[in-house]
Design a protein around this ligand. Structure first.
Ligand SMILES: O=C(O)Cc1cc(O)ccc1O
Ligand SMILES: [Fe+2]
Length: 446
């Protein structure tokens, strides 16, 4: 993509208007009078538009988890030619059976440079995952590296919602619901089945994607924290209606039960002139996260940093949690302050958006921005040797940790890596060594 195209996208992204609030009943029209009043489906929808419902939950789910929106569009989505299979590129889906689940701790450097002309969809590369797309359980971890905007093609994922975590380069997301901008440090949430196109605001874009096959992400309950805190609902921004009235061939690519299917429409399906409802894409700025931690002693479990959770049928047990390690103060007294040594029944994929992470040594061959680590269920991990030595000896003054932004996709099932992730040149060798040299102190009197 040329610099001029990036500039054009950035100009479009400047000053975007939003409708705020996670789970709200949003209501928006790009043209006055496009939204019907008092009913969803009048005999004739206003302005000659077609009324269409998009469901994110079964019709019969309880009110608190029921999600749907009504879209008023130039053409109904039903008017489309047949889809045919296309190559899945770097995308893989659950069940992940290419390799066996591995108890070893694994770590990757950033993805290699993409070939010229690689857009967001072509740049998606699956690291691994769990569950089964046909059962709507589990999740996948993808990374992307792109250097071109999607042009005259749009993507939708019937297999799950997409939590996009940009690491480098801003994204302009043109969705059926309108436009969103996601910069590094923001996350974007695209519901299952919603069509969108990604334009680059910078020459290169990299990041991570959690594809959640399970129940849609929600804000976690706050329990004794009270009525406020962690990610506040009002900081989630939904788009306002914005439509494309485009009559030319547009390739529509649908990920369905693990495969990519394509159809060429004669128009853009991003043709929604008005919509209302509680099912919508969002962006959220992770810097808005209200970080809560100890003000006495000990290191709280990272569940205190949960931004979004995909609940399962067992209360408190998530299909996947999205957790952020945002800038914060550490004040714990007589406390080993970085993450403790642990073996977790949940499985942890971690990525780094910028800077460093307080349990892992930064720098080449370490945990670097754009890289990632996988610590599967029950695999022992925690501070590496250098971190342990430093934190055990540190003077415990109040300390601001503000030199990085890391995150975790934490899931109830082990993550099985794809073949391409196991054989990748950017899979680090000798990761175990970071925990070597943790000498015994027992008996030394220390
Ligand atoms: O492994 C990690 O770095 C993630 C993590 C962080 C933390 O503060 C406590 C437990 C945990 O798994
Ligand atoms: Fe961990």
């Amino acid at each position: 993509m040329s610099g001029t195209d990036n500039e054009q996208a950035r100009k479009t992204a400047e000053g975007l208007v939003h409708s705020s609030g996670f789970g709200n009943e949003h209501s928006t029209e790009a043209v006055p009078g496009a939204l019907p009043h008092g009913r969803n489906s009048p005999q004739r929808a206003p302005l000659g538009l077609y009324a269409e419902q998009l469901s994110g939950s079964a019709f019969t789910e309880p009110r608190h988890s029921n999600q749907r929106s009504w879209l008023y569009r130039i053409r109904p989505s039903a008017a489309h030619p047949p889809f045919t299979r296309i190559d899945n590129g770097g995308l893989r889906s659950a069940p992940f059976t290419e390799t066996v689940p591995d108890p070893n701790r694994l770590r990757w450097d950033p993805l290699p440079e993409p070939a010229p002309g690689t857009d967001f969809l072509a740049g998606l590369w699956t690291l691994g995952g769990n569950g089964d797309v046909t059962q709507r359980t589990g999740m996948a971890v993808h990374l992307y590296a792109a250097n071109a905007s999607m042009s005259d093609r749009v993507f939708s994922d019937a297999d799950g919602e997409l939590l996009i975590v940009p690491q480098r380069g801003g994204l302009l997301l043109r969705t059926e619901f309108g436009l969103l901008r996601a910069e590094p440090g923001h996350v974007a949430l695209i519901p299952r089945g919603v069509r969108f196109r990604v334009e680059l605001l910078d020459p290169e874009a990299r990041g991570y994607v959690c594809e959640n096959y399970g129940r849609p992400f929600v804000l976690p309950d706050l329990g004794p924290i009270g009525a406020n805190g962690l990610a506040n609902a009002r900081d989630f921004l939904a788009p306002v209606a914005a439509f494309e009235d485009v009559e030319r061939p547009v390739q529509v690519i649908n990920k369905f039960c693990g495969n990519l299917w394509s159809a060429t429409y004669g128009h853009s399906p991003l043709d929604v002139v008005a919509w209302h409802g509680n099912l919508t894409p969002y962006v959220y700025d992770l810097h808005r996260f209200n970080v809560i931690g100890t003000i006495s002693y000990d290191h709280p479990d990272p569940s205190i940093f949960t931004v979004l959770t995909s609940p399962s049928d067992t209360p408190g047990l998530a299909g996947v949690d999205f957790v952020v390690f945002a800038p914060r103060w550490l004040v714990g007294e007589d406390t080993f302050r970085p993450p403790y040594f642990h073996r977790n029944v949940m499985s942890e994929y971690m990525g780094l958006i910028e800077g460093a992470y307080d349990a892992k040594t930064a720098g080449k061959g370490g945990f670097v921005p754009g890289g990632g680590s996988l610590h599967n269920m029950m695999s022992a991990h925690g501070p590496d040797r250098d971190t342990f030595d430093k934190a055990s000896a540190a003077e415990l003054r109040p300390q601001k940790v503000d030199d990085g932004l890391a995150f975790m996709f934490e899931t109830r099932w082990p993550v099985t890596a794809t073949e391409q992730a196991r054989t990748a040149g950017h899979l680090q060798k000798g990761y175990d060594e970071v925990w070597q040299g943790l000498e015994r102190h027992w008996g030394s009197g220390a």
